[in-house]
Design a protein around this ligand. Sequence first.
Ligand SMILES: Cc1ncc(C[n+]2csc(CCOP(=O)(O)OP(=O)(O)O)c2C)c(N)n1
Ligand SMILES: [Mg+2]
Length: 315
Amino acid sequence: MEKQDALWIYEKMNEIRQFEDEVHHIFSKGSIPGFVHLYAGEEAVATGVMSQLDDDDYITSTHRGHGHAIAKECDLRYMMAEIMGKKDGLGKGKGGSMHVADIDKGMLGANGIVGGGFGLATGAAISIRNLGKENVAVCFFGDGGANEGIFHEALNFASILDLPVVFICENNQYAEGTAHRYASATETIAERASAYSMPGEFVDGIDVEDVFDKTKAAIERAKNGEGPTLIECSTYRNYGHFEGDEQKYKSSDDVNAGRDCIEEFKKKAMENEWLTEEDAQRLETDAKQKVEAAVEFAENSPEPDIDSLYEDVFA
Ligand SMILES: Cc1ncc(C[n+]2csc(CCOP(=O)(O)OP(=O)(O)O)c2C)c(N)n1
Ligand SMILES: [Mg+2]
């Protein structure tokens, strides 16, 4: 990792954390329709991966997609408007939190279907191959998503075709209230890679440098035509499964409980002289201002017109 990577990562980590804390606050006031699943706590994964991608690289996301979208440099104002169901939202206010997408940024969408990204990312990798491009597709999914049938179909298919795709499992220890250690036949998700003849890496997903290093190697492998990699990032979510979840199933003994990826990275980045206290304060303040501007923009954006109900409808 270079200094410029570290500065970008620290900036985006703070944007995600502050955005999510603000969405938590706004949701409690009743200004957000539908379900919201917050990404706070898992910032090291999205930023460690996305610091190595361009707009022409694709990602597929999950129901917990705000962090992926922010790290893929989607505009916070249009994201907040979408989450509030407003006309200026990325999806014209019709999709909400679970359908934040921005094709121009290569963000192929958050997804209400658990495991919905596997087929999309594998398909995006086929398009990269067929168009002769030198890009990569990254598929984010949860520990629960890893137990969907399409996980196995996509990994097998990507492996036999050596597709330029990286499968990134965000193992936050729970799928809703079901613990990973209860629901998975294998101790790790990473070891399942051997069934599909691809490398499997287990990463400390709270340590952004570990995420950065292991995904760097996987992205290079994909771009060199050497095929897919499965990476499992061990992480933890700060909030409940969705807003309103009492989290009675969580325990202080949980893997990664009590760790904070932003604090850990700040300490390491200062020790490595990538970040000064002044840089940190400036980036934290910038993030706060960006989030405040996004809320103001979204609050002032109108509701979608009733006449727009049938626009962009294909069937
Ligand atoms: C196909 C499908 N099955 C079930 C659900 C209901 N559901 C929504 S999120 C979720 C748990 C997902 O857990 P995980 O993949 O670990 O992601 P996390 O919420 O922990 O980020 C479930 C079962 C769904 N949305 N889609
Ligand atoms: Mg999970």
